[in-house]
Design a protein around this ligand. Structure first.
Ligand code: FES
Length: 162
């Protein structure tokens, strides 16, 4: 849904007024959580409004949005969400390289959001990824990277991309 350019800043101001956050930087995270809960992500216009309200540098908020922890998103989620475990076991067993490879492959693909994930609770099968609700782990001759890349390819096929 498209909104006019004043919709998001006004909605954020209304939320801040309703929540009565003191204009202190320590309330930024709570306010960002509210924004993300409302919009599903933190739009750039909302980040600007938060920066104004809390008298913070917009670059600081942009840095939070880029944070690999994935707590906040600067873009709405795609139709499919691929979570790649970046827990300590998975990272040392190839999860870090897989994240870099997948981000390159998935860059610019519509309908897919790639997120770093905390431990997915299956360390014995590391490295692990999860596409929507389906867990992907390497077994037999299939490596986890191949499974993930196949899953991305299938998504592209659904969306009519080559
Ligand atoms: S560290 Fe990846 S599943 Fe635990």
């Amino acid at each position: 849904m498209r909104h006019d350019e004043t919709f998001i800043p006004k909605a954020v101001r209304d939320m801040l007024d309703a929540r009565r956050y003191p204009q202190q930087a320590r309330y930024l995270v709570a306010a960002m959580e509210d924004v993300q809960a409302g919009f599903g992500y933190v739009p750039a216009e909302a980040a600007s409004e938060l920066a104004r309200y809390f008298s913070l540098d917009e670059a600081k908020i942009a840095a939070w949005l880029r944070d690999a922890s994935g707590a906040f998103r600067a873009q709405p989620l795609g139709r499919h969400v691929l979570r790649i475990c970046q827990g300590p076991i998975c990272r040392t067993r190839g999860g870090k390289a897989m994240m870099e490879e997948v981000r390159k492959v998935a860059s610019g693909k519509s309908g897919l959001t790639v997120l770093a994930s905390h431990c997915l609770g299956a360390c014995d099968q590391a490295p692990i990824a999860k596409l929507d609700e389906e867990r992907l782990s390497g077994h037999g001759d299939e490596t986890i990277s191949a499974l993930v890349l196949t899953a991305i390819s299938n998504i592209n096929g659904e969306d009519g991309e080559p």
